[in-house]
Design a protein around this ligand. Structure first.
Ligand SMILES: N[C@@H](CCC(=O)N[C@@H](CS)C(=O)NCC(=O)O)C(=O)O
Length: 232
């Protein structure tokens, strides 16, 4: 049996982490059953979630989890893609996971209203006495990560502009297709759905979300995957 270790279903999302949501979708696309367990980043093999345990074999990082699924279960997510399409899919995955993701983190953790109203729920299971300290420390650490990446060094307007360019690129690539690479889902859809569902989540206000909501094909794409795979 496969166990996915993640953060939990927060804010109406399959998981608070876009990478955990991605892994859940990869497993669903491959037709594999799994159970969920709340993980602890401090005990995670490389200090991040998700990781999975598949009958005693631990695999960390959504990309290596994908490799594991393909290797062990023989399910090829991108079997119908040619080399050029594979290259485009790779570039898009890296755009959403290494750039747009930081906009999601930024708007959740560095925006005061979003943090107080929504993000701090992440820490609601912590002991009440320690919660205020943990909130402060966690927020400071995450803000430092956004800055270390470089995304957080830009001003508010520039950060929004950069993220909106990614969102527009996704919409342009999608066009009138059902999925990013054609009429059937491939691995890049799992990566993009993870980030896009987090970005479009109503719990978080942002001009980036507003811009994404103004792109009907992108919203329909997110809704389609949600309905087909997460039943909502
Ligand atoms: N490359 C990893 C990224 C995973 C990741 O960044 N997870 C974040 C949550 S979205 C995490 O566990 N952060 C905890 C920390 O950095 O302390 C993957 O694809 O699985």
């Amino acid at each position: 049996m496969i166990t996915v270790y993640g953060f939990g279903a927060y804010f109406g999302l399959p998981d608070g982490s876009p990478f955990v949501t991605k892994v859940m979708l990869l497993l669903k696309l491959a037709g594999l059953e799994y159970r969920f367990e709340r993980g602890d980043v401090r005990k995670a093999p490389n200090g991040k979630l998700p990781f999975i345990d598949d009958d005693g074999v631990r695999v960390t990082d959504s990309e290596f989890i994908r490799d594991h699924i393909e290797r062990k279960y023989g399910f090829q997510f991108d079997k119908d893609l040619n080399k050029r399409q594979l290259a485009v899919a790779r570039a898009v995955q890296l755009m959403v996971e290494n750039h747009l993701y930081w906009a999601v983190v930024d708007l959740r953790w560095c925006n005061d209203e979003n943090f107080v109203r929504s993000t701090s729920q992440f820490l609601a299971h912590m002991p009440a006495l320690l919660r205020p300290v943990i909130k402060r420390v966690a927020r400071r650490q995450v803000a430092a990560q956004v800055r270390a990446h470089g995304f957080g060094r830009h001003g508010q307007v520039e950060r929004e502009m950069l993220a909106i360019r990614d969102v527009q690129a996704l919409s342009d690539l999608l066009g009138t297709r059902l999925y990013l690479m054609g009429e059937t889902p491939t691995a890049v859809d799992a990566a993009v759905y993870g980030q896009l569902s987090a970005l479009l989540c109503p719990a978080f206000e942002s001009p980036i979300r507003a811009a994404a909501e103004g792109l009907p094909n992108l919203v329909a794409y997110k809704d389609l995957i949600q309905e087909n795979y997460f039943g909502a």
